[in-house]
Design a protein around this ligand. Structure first.
Ligand SMILES: [Cu+2]
Length: 243
């Protein structure tokens, strides 16, 4: 009797641990009153490649007959790289990870994902909408814990997908091989995407030393150490190039 009873007793705390919400592990929300700002820029080192053109090889009546500009590597006039992902890996505490006012949306329109890149808090449900009169099939690329592969016929205007793992999820369309998007699933609020000039800002950072990480799907990742002082700006400049 004793031997049978013991294993069940041991399972209970294990189940309790599994049910524990992930974001509370390793990140503590506190009031930040004297935070500083990390002002970053991500530039292309050397001569940037010409913008990648995508030939529309399917459903041209919906997708458009003209070649499209790929959103994956966009280098601006001053060599700024758009939609690189900046973060502070290992940050222990800071402002609370807010919830979006309304569900974030990933729309499929003219056989492109809009937005190409977005940041959502972990455990958020993303609305995946189909604005095209055509079949799309969104799926995750390899490398993420989150996996899905969902056909979305034109009559299925909206799907929902929850993201439970803090990670960068790359998605693509099985039907239109050129469709690519990034969903950055954040377990703290200190994430940013670079704008068209390659600039980003991470605000309300508690004073201290941090590693700033920048990641781009084609250019890899880089880190820089910074020291954030109360209510001051610190710069973090990155140069990335194709390997
Ligand atoms: Cu598609």
């Amino acid at each position: 009797m004793m031997k049978r009873w013991m294993p069940g007793f041991l399972i209970v705390p294990w189940l309790a641990m599994m049910a524990w919400p992930l974001p509370s592990l390793g990140y503590e929300a506190v009031t930040v009153t004297d935070g500083g700002t990390i002002v970053g820029e991500v530039k292309y080192a050397g001569a940037p490649p010409p913008p990648e053109k995508i030939d529309v090889t399917k459903d041209a009546n919906i997708c458009g007959a003209e070649p499209k500009d790929s959103p994956v590597l966009v280098v601006g006039a001053d060599k700024g790289i758009k939609d690189a992902v900046a973060s502070l890996p290992g940050i222990q505490k800071g402002k609370a990870l807010g919830k979006p006012d309304k569900p974030p949306v990933l729309d499929q329109k003219s056989c492109e994902y809009h937005p190409y890149a977005q940041i959502i808090p972990v455990n958020t449900t993303l609305e995946i909408t189909n604005s095209d009169d055509v079949l799309h099939n969104i799926k995750t690329k390899g490398g993420s814990k989150t996996t899905f592969n969902i056909a979305q016929p034109k009559f299925k205007r909206k799907l929902t997908q929850e993201f439970k793992n803090p990670e960068i999820v790359q998605v693509e369309c099985n039907v239109h091989g050129w469709m690519n998007a990034l969903v950055v699933v954040a377990d703290n609020p200190y994430y940013a995407l670079t704008d068209a000039n390659g600039s980003f800002k991470i605000t309300d950072v508690p004073p201290g030393k941090y590693t700033v990480k920048v990641w781009h799907p084609k250019l890899g990742e880089q880190t820089k150490e910074v020291t954030v002082s109360p209510k001051e700006e610190v710069k973090a400049a990155f140069e990335m190039t194709a390997k």
